[in-house]
Design a protein around this ligand. Structure first.
Ligand SMILES: [Zn+2]
Length: 133
């Protein structure tokens, strides 16, 4: 098996795994984090398998940030949070992913919420689908 075939986020991008994907364009997919830090915590990924964000080509990197901006604006509207914060770490899954976390203050980052129900996640994904059309 190739690295891309085994990669969870490549499978999410190919829609082989249901992950509350709510938006995509030709090169990116946005979906809800399964263990959100705050409600609405979203991941934006390039469809192309690249592990380390700074290994992306410049235009891919800029396009990923542009896609993240679009999603962040909708996320702010949907959650009415103070700010949508952006982080790129990549230690857990070796496929570049942008974390978009709705926050009202920095302390919210220290105390992750309890995992929302699947229904609540699904309903929120539907809300985001409409806001990002
Ligand atoms: Zn991948």
């Amino acid at each position: 098996m190739t690295k891309q075939n085994k990669c969870v986020f490549c499978q999410v991008a190919r829609k082989e795994i249901e992950h509350n994907q709510f938006w995509e364009d030709e090169n990116h997919v946005a979906f809800l984090d399964n263990s959100p830090l705050t409600f609405g915590h979203t991941l934006v990924i390039p469809k192309k398998h690249v592990g380390y964000v700074f290994s992306l080509h410049e235009n891919e990197y800029l396009n990923l940030l542009k896609a993240s901006e679009k999603i962040a604006k909708a996320l702010k509207k949907a959650t009415k949070c103070e700010r949508v914060c952006l982080g790129i770490y990549g230690f857990e899954i070796d496929h570049t992913h942008v974390h978009l976390t709705p926050l009202n203050n920095v302390d919210e980052m220290k105390h992750p919420i309890r995992k929302p129900s699947q229904k609540r996640q699904k309903d929120f994904a539907e809300k985001m689908r409409k806001l990002t059309k």
